[in-house]
Design a protein around this ligand. Structure first.
Ligand code: CU
Length: 327
């Protein structure tokens, strides 16, 4: 378990920590996550970050490809308290159920090549669909889709019907196996206020042309922007990621808030599709973010991560993609 929980607490705000909440877990690391998650629930958009879950518990047990470090990596959380550095953790998000909270869908297969809707519910330990969710980063639920080769990233904000049925409107999917993640904070049930990431897979029939993962790189370009990612220093499992955005050789300083943040970063593990969801610690103040964004990423699993960094300028959303190697 190493110093994982400790690392997290170092980045948690006192406010988060003081919001004590007893979780049924004897594992200090898990408790640390739980405390952070609980703290993040109370002030909705500005503090809670998607990605926190309570894995490492029954839902994780026995999952193929899970090793102990994965088990000790319960999820991602972050606290975007003004003035504090971004605190975030690696997510796993590979289970469909944790602590009695479930992601369910009648759909296990979706057609290729056209926009499709994916219906799902989040049910609580009482078996009933949850309809009351906390607003996190301006949304009550964040939804991600990624193909097994880590292509085809989609980040959506589904809508919920009165009966608790969510609908995610997906853009066209290529054939293959896809993992769909829901990141949410229930306002009901024994773990209300905790952030969860649950996922399920769907098959998209057809001939799947698998793309091999591009080599790790320290920069990439998107829409004329150059996005450079610097890793380090590393303390335990905490990796300081510094992202610098430039255009035509000039630093970019007109980043606009996107979901209450100057950047939205999701990363998926090459080996197991674990989801890490990070936000920069930079204070959001108008349309002049950049050029440098700092993330503290707690990434438990070494290996290659496919990183999707979303940022906005002049009303346009950009998604930079690169492979990050974590030793
Ligand atoms: Cu989102």
């Amino acid at each position: 378990m190493r110093s994982y929980g400790k690392d997290l607490l170092m980045f948690a705000s006192p406010r988060s920590i003081s919001r004590g909440w007893a979780v049924a877990a004897g594992v200090p690391a898990l408790l640390a996550f739980a405390l952070i998650a609980c703290g993040s629930s109370s002030h909705s958009e500005h503090s809670a970050m998607p990605g926190m879950d309570h894995s490492g518990t029954p839902g994780m047990a026995g999952m193929p490809g899970m090793d102990q470090s994965a088990m000790a990596t319960p999820g991602a959380s972050s606290s975007g308290m003004p003035g504090m550095p971004g605190m975030m953790a690696a997510g796993e998000g590979l289970a469909a159920e944790l602590e009695g909270y479930r992601l369910d869908s009648p759909v296990t297969s979706l057609p290729a090549g056209k926009a499709v809707s994916y219906p799902f519910t989040i049910t609580g330990p009482d078996g009933r669909p949850i309809t009351d969710f906390a607003v996190v980063q301006t949304k009550t639920l964040h939804f991600y889709a990624i193909r097994s080769d880590l292509t085809g990233y989609q980040h959506l904000h589904p809508t919920i019907a009165a009966d608790g049925t969510w609908t995610a409107d997906l853009a066209a999917l290529d054939p293959g196996s896809w993992r769909l993640y829901a990141s949410f904070t229930p306002n009901t049930g024994p773990l209300k206020g905790s952030e969860f990431v649950l996922s399920r897979t769907v098959t998209v029939p057809g001939e799947a042309a698998t793309v091999s993962l591009p080599a790790a790189a320290s920069s990439t370009t998107v829409d004329g922007y150059t996005v450079a990612v610097q890793s380090g220093p590393t303390t335990g499992m905490t990796h300081r990621l510094t992202v610098t955005i430039s255009k035509d050789g000039q630093p970019v300083t007109d980043l606009q808030p996107y979901l209450d943040s100057y950047a939205h970063l999701s990363a998926f593990h090459e080996g197991n599709q674990a989801l890490a969801h990070l936000h920069p610690g930079n204070v959001v103040d108008g349309n002049h973010g950049g050029p440098t964004l700092t993330f503290n990423a707690v990434i438990g699993d070494p290996g290659n991560w496919r990183v999707f960094l979303q940022f906005q300028t002049a009303g346009q959303l950009h998604t930079a993609v690169l492979t990050l190697h974590v030793a």
